[in-house]
Every structure is written in C-alpha cells, then in structure tokens.
Design a protein around this ligand. Sequence first.
Ligand SMILES: [Zn+2]
Length: 410
Amino acid sequence: MEVGPNDCLVSRFPDADLLDARDLLIVPGFVDAHIHTYGVLAHGMPVSGVPDSFEGFLKRFWWPQVEDRLDREMIRAAFRLTCANLIRSGVTSLCDVLEAPLIPDGTLDILAEELEAAGLRAVLSVEASERHGVESGARALAENVRFVRACRGEDRLRGMISLHTSFTCSAPFVESAKDCATALGCDLHLHLSESEYEPRECAIRYGTRPVFWYDRIGVWDPTVLASQVVAVEDDEIRLLAERGVRVAHMPLSNCEVGGGIAPVPRMLECGLRPGLGSDGYITDMFQIMRGAFLLHKGAGRDPRVLPAPTVLAMAGVWGAAAIGFAGLGELKPGHPADLIGVSMEFATPLTQANVADQIVVHGDAVGVDLVVADGRVLLSGGELIREDIDRLRHCVREQAARLWRVVEHG
Ligand SMILES: [Zn+2]
C-alpha cells in the first residue's frame, strides 16, 4: 500500500501490525523461475555408473529411475520440503514443472493444497510429452488445461501449458499445446536445448535448429517461457529476443548434467532478460546467484559480465516477469508485499553502491531472517512459522528411501 520511512508509516497506519525488521535489509522476495520440486528425492541417489552424456543422464537415469517411478506421496512430501527450503533462502515465488508422465490426473490439486499451506506464490504445471505415447501426452495437456481453468481468479496460483522438448514432442503435438495456451490466454513453457543433444536431434529429424523449428510452427511470442537455453547459436538468441520470448537460466544444474554454459552475456546484449532457476537441483538462491555471477566471468574470461545488480534482477524482477507475475520483484506501492529481510552483518560497510554485491557475492541463506509473501509472514527470526522442518525432512527421507528401493529392486 505504501513505501516510506518508519515514522511516516506508523503515523499513517496506527492500527497496523508492526514487524520489527530493524538491522535487516529489505529486499524483494526471490523468484525461482524454473524448478522441479520432486528433484529433492534424487539428491544423493545411488546411480550405477555416471551417465556419459546429457541424453544418457535422461535415458538411463532420470526418466526410468526417477520420473517414471514417482507416486503422489513422494511428490507431496518433496514439494512441501522444497517449499520450506526455498523460503529459508528467501524465495517467495516459484515456477514448478512436475515431470511424472505416469502419475494420475489431479496431482496438481495436491500441490496447490500444499502451496496454500506453505504460503508461497507459484505457477504449477505437469510436463506434457509423447515420450510414453500420444495418449499420455494428450492426457497431460488436458490436465494442464483443467488446472489453468481451476486457478482462474486465484492471486497466488496459476497454471500454464508445459511441454518437454522437440525430441519428445512432435510438431502436431506442439501445435495443439500452442492452441490450448492461446485459447486459454495462458503461458506456454518448454525446455530448450539444454545440451547439444537437442540441436543435433533436431537437425537429423527436421534439418534445422530447435529455435527455427519452433518458429516454423508459430510457437514463439511473449507468452512463451523457454527454460535452460544452453546450446543456442547467435542467430537463435537474436530470434528469441525478436519474438519477445521469456527465458529462465539454471547455472548450476546445467553444469550437473554436463549440458554446458548458457550464453547469458550474449542474451543480455540481445535484450533478453532471463530469470534464474534451480531446476530442483541446488535450491539455495544465494548459491544459484553466486553460480550465475561467477560462471560467466570465468567462461568468458571477462570480469565485467553479469555484474551483481544484473544477477539480483535475474533472481527478482526479471524472474517474476519470466514466470508471468509482473509487478513482483519491486517494492512499490500497489505491488504485492513479497519481501525478505536479510541480516546486514556483512564484514564490510553496506553502501548504496555495493548493496547488490553484498547480497549476491557475500550474502548467505543463513542471513535470511524474515520472509513475507503476499503480506503473510512465513519466516521470522530465521525460523519457519508454518513448517516443522525436521518433520518435513523425515517425510522426504522416507519417500526417497521408497524411491531408491524401487530402483534397487526394480
Ligand atoms: Zn527443467
């Protein structure tokens, strides 16, 4: 409703509840622009042999041993713990994509229930692909359509149409997903060129690169969110920027799967404004920001790229725009009260000029003392208000043990 000095606010709103945030730096809540909350179940999971490539990672590990074995109990427990961990690192909004093609319809309703209990803001979807056949793909699309409609009128919750990739979705399938999104007036999400595998496959199947293939089908416009965007060439980046496509960047998970390093400095030069995501891998937003801040300097041998204010924008206002929650990420009257209070106990003085550096380079999730989402306090004094983290961890350990056992025996 208002932003201003303490005294003015207290005299204008004498009856309002007062939150003591003295000695805290007030920052807009972070946005995880691309996450798979179920991913926590695979943290430390035993794998027989390290996959030799990105496609090996998917085909021999992630698809058969994780995605295709998930059940509702696992998904629910993982979602709730991940939400709690996100809150602890200052995240107030997330864009979660459930990749579980064999799960029954209606699972998004369970996540919506848990989201409401956690108090966060989210875009939720199930990933649609034809990996398990045409029917399974159509079912996932229909589930997204149902959920988008069910979320109408909600402030903190939205659905979207979510696709996997050009190597798991045919042109007619992508076209039907685009038609659904257009008819509903909702966003369309897809994973784009997470490694060289997708451009290589696309060249074999269609004789072109993925960005041009999607362009041929008429997919690109400002309602589309492309996540990953690692193995893209210069003319592809320029086309994405020209079409106003939104992008999400996952610096740490791109490394995990050996996908490469996304050309983010070039995206910025072309006018793209990427959000920052965890991909469900390392979900601490401070570590992700630090990854983005350092990785591109090292890769490009240029200390000038991705300065701290840019990285902070990626974790906040740009991420919010990327997931379609415009208005978040800025502390202004009329904007939602999604904010965090970060301890100002830095080793050196905090100044107007170095505030982004102090947060991005020297900040830490341990310093997050206060989290408010939509005006509701979720963390205070560094403690979660609504969650018992030990209980949530216990639940996930049980569910992870079930998943791992299935794998070991299956
Ligand atoms: Zn992903």
